[in-house]
Write a protein of this length. Structure first.
Length: 169
């Protein structure tokens, strides 16, 4: 895929895989919008940071609008990278931690993807990349919640592929 002047959204862009992905895409000439709660250490004319809480539909919608305002509505790539996990036995996992994992790792994919899909369909072009984990295929001791969310990410990804592939996505 030629990335020159393509518009790419990367969630969870403040550190780790998200930040390194944003840097690599910028180096390939993409216009990158990084959505995260904290600002990344990245400054460039073709990079826009938007403070975003991907667990909140209104925050995601606001980030999408800011992205469109800066780079236009033709977003060719969405990388759903935002994620988090807590380690420990299931019985020690609080209800709040459980909910936060699902909101961050699963719900955010839905919130962001549903905003970019309509224009991708118009373009008959797009890529949505959902970052999962080996925990999305295998069981992992003391990571019940994380594994559950990553299994969900794998399922969402397979179903999105079936639903969207005839639209060039």
């Amino acid at each position: 895929m030629i990335l020159e002047n393509k518009v790419v959204i990367v969630t969870g862009a403040s550190k780790g895989i998200g930040l390194e992905t944003a840097k690599a895409l910028k180096e390939k000439g993409a216009k990158v919008c990084g959505w995260s709660r904290n600002p990344p250490d990245l400054n460039h004319d073709n990079f826009l940071y938007v403070e975003t809480d991907v667990t909140k539909p209104d925050s995601v919608a606001d980030a999408y609008q800011k992205t469109v305002d800066r780079f236009g509505k033709n977003i060719q790539v969405l990388i759903n990278n935002a994620g988090m996990g807590f380690y420990g036995p299931m019985e020690d996992t609080s209800n709040e931690e459980w909910k936060m994992k699902f909101e961050t790792n699963v719900d955010s994919i839905f919130y962001a993807s549903k905003l970019v899909v309509p224009q991708m369909k118009v373009l008959d072009e797009g890529h949505i990349i959902n970052i999962s984990s080996i925990a999305g295929l295998n069981q992992v001791k003391i990571m019940v919640g994380y594994a559950a969310t990553k299994h969900a990410v794998t399922g969402i990804s397979h179903s999105m592929n079936q639903e969207l592939r005839d639209f060039g996505i």
